[in-house]
Design a protein around this ligand. Structure first.
Ligand code: NI
Ligand code: MN
Length: 227
């Protein structure tokens, strides 16, 4: 599998059977201005919650690719009814579903969620994906939460994609604790540096994880790694 960082909380995961895009916020992200949105090849778009910095380019990308939008019920219906997105798959917390590429489970996140026009966006979420024998946890925007211990008990992700930027989500210290709670050694950072509120000392972040015996990977925008 290949994972590409597209800025903020947006990642493209290319698997054997499908390409999965998380939380596209590209056209509004000055740091991601070199990303060519229209060249993205996407089969599924997963949205963690309704905030603009997670859903801004979702309709454009889903429709251009005839892809399927996967999110909570409220967000899926908003895209279906208000944004002209034909293929939506609504889920809700605790629910799992087998897709063509593998299994997706919607997990709890402690945050807020409203859609860009003020429509109620349900509750914020994260995702656990089981694909080709690998478990990937995409936390979404969240505080550190005791619920993460359930993930550590039952899922033990090979990789966790965690917010580290503080202010709107957990910061470095709590992200290290989150990695401990979910029992992973490998963390990929998201939700840092995009806005002044979340400017992040990346060296300190890497060192903090190292001190806890964990590896934090901070990708450059458009950098791809094999996972
Ligand atoms: Ni948010
Ligand atoms: Mn956010």
């Amino acid at each position: 599998m290949k994972l590409t960082f597209l800025g903020h909380a947006c990642f493209l995961l290319e698997t054997e059977k499908a390409n999965i895009l998380f939380d596209p916020f590209i056209s509004g992200n000055v740091l991601a201005q070199n990303v060519d949105i229209d060249s993205l090849k996407v089969d599924y778009v997963l949205l963690s919650h309704g905030h603009e910095d997670h859903v801004l380019d979702a309709a454009r990308i889903v429709n251009a690719n005839d892809a399927t939008l996967v999110s909570n019920y409220e967000i899926a219906m908003w895209f279906n009814n208000k944004q002209g997105v034909q293929k939506v798959h609504p889920m809700n917390h605790g629910g799992s579903k087998e897709f063509s590429f593998g299994k997706v489970k919607m997990t709890n996140a402690v945050h807020s969620s409203v859609l860009p026009d003020g429509t109620y966006g349900g509750n914020p979420a994260g995702f656990i994906l089981n694909i080709d024998g690998k478990t990937i946890y995409y936390a979404g925007d969240t505080a550190l939460t005791m619920d993460m211990k359930l993930i550590g008990e039952f899922d033990r992700p090979d990789i966790a994609i965690l917010p580290i930027g503080d202010n709107f989500t957990m910061g470095i210290e709590d992200a290290v604790r989150a990695a401990e709670f979910v029992q992973t050694e490998n963390v990929i950072a998201m939700h840092f540096d995009t806005f002044p509120y979340i400017d992040t000392d990346k060296e300190m972040a890497i060192d903090s994880f190292k001190s806890a015996g964990k590896e934090l990977t901070i990708l450059n925008i458009q950098q791809t790694i094999e996972i």
